[in-house]
Design a protein around this ligand. Structure first.
Ligand code: ADP
Ligand code: MG
Length: 326
């Protein structure tokens, strides 16, 4: 496995992982070790993925989910900003990262209500099956009592819930009566049929005090809700923080040869759309960024409504784990 520091980095918990440890050994940890493991997982999403989650790589089969650097940054932004919008490149692992992160929040944070909206039944089933498998492969002491139906995963230990929705779920259901969704996640938002209608139904369910939204999508060249929101976000006309993505950050895509081949197969228009899209707004931002008066604080997309949130929960856990290690 190529662990080039250009693409990977590890936190202080991940570097302690014993790669030779078997699942059976992990399953039989004593009570104190379990407690420490739960704390580490609660503090570090990358550690949880690295040690406890396997993903299905198209060429290498089942492998530990070692996050790429850009996937770490992406999750850091999810944790920092209340409203995130992510124009993605194809096959960047954004669905995987975001869905696993949603499940992790339900496992390790109290009172989460997360909606993960996919554009179609087929895409929702893929996410559902992945989450189901990942949960079923966790050690028994970590996953106890999680109830899994097709559309809903319930985590009694944390009183959290993960709902896997398609646009149809938002029509004629009681969704509008919910008032405390903590995360509304929309995957491939530019491809959700009638996304503006879905948004009007779902957005009012987001908790006004601690609710958050994440909208991810590859670019769809027809004008749509996502492209409108994205352009407004780039112009700082709404509260969304833009998470930019770049296919060079994924090692398999970072070669001239891959880019040349893929470009030739897809054709220029599809290539631009799937891997190399720049909106007119982004182009103008780029030229501004290169000029000397570019202000770094605006480059982060931070505004008064969107100052980074403090995480007392994490600070508390950090103190506990340091106390344990002492
Ligand atoms: N960190 C990673 N390391 C290796 N493979 C990954 C990683 N993240 C995602 N993948 C794999 O990349 C493929 C595309 O992931 P997916 O989440 O469907 O991408 P996207 O939604 O961005 O198009 C999947 O096979 C997934 O298992
Ligand atoms: Mg996807």
């Amino acid at each position: 496995m190529n662990l080039n520091p250009k693409y990977y980095e590890f936190d202080k918990y991940e570097i302690q992982i014993d790669l030779l440890e078997t699942m059976q050994e992990i399953e039989t940890y004593d009570a104190e070790t379990r407690q420490k493991e739960l704390l580490k997982c609660a503090i570090s999403f990358p550690y949880f993925c690295h040690k406890y989650v396997k993903i299905n790589h198209p060429k290498r089969g089942m492998i530990p989910f070692v996050l790429y650097k850009y996937q770490r940054r992406c999750v850091e932004d999810y944790e920092t900003y209340r409203f995130n919008i992510l124009p993605k490149f194809r096959q960047g692992g954004f669905t995987t990262t975001t869905a696993v992160w949603a499940a992790w929040r339900c496992l390790f944070r109290f009172y989460e209500t997360i909606i993960f909206l996919s554009p179609s039944h087929q895409q929702s089933v893929v996410v559902e099956k992945m989450i189901q498998r990942i949960i079923s492969e966790l050690p028994s002491w970590m996953k106890s009592e999680i109830e899994q139906s097709n559309r809903q995963k319930t985590f009694p230990k944390t009183d959290s819930k993960l709902y896997l929705f398609t646009p149809e779920c938002t029509i004629g259901t009681s969704v509008t009566y919910w008032t405390s969704v903590t995360y509304l996640i929309v995957d491939e938002a530019a491809f959700v049929p009638e996304m503006d209608k879905c948004w009007k139904t779902l957005y009012p369910t987001v908790s006004p005090t601690d609710g958050n939204c994440i909208c991810i999508s590859t670019i769809n060249d027809v004008e749509n809700w996502f492209s409108g929101m994205l352009d407004h976000a780039r112009e700082k006309n709404n509260s969304f923080h833009v998470i930019e993505s770049d296919y060079h950050k994924r090692p398999e895509f970072d070669t001239e040869e891959w880019a040349k081949q893929t470009r030739a197969i897809l054709g220029e228009k599809a290539w631009q759309q799937e891997y190399s899209y720049k909106s007119p707004v982004m182009n103008s931002c780029e030229s501004e960024k290169n000029s000397p008066q570019w202000d770094k604080t605006t480059a982060t997309g931070m505004d008064q409504e969107q100052t980074p949130r403090t995480t007392p929960f994490i600070q508390e856990l950090n103190r506990e784990i340091e106390h344990h290690n002492a």
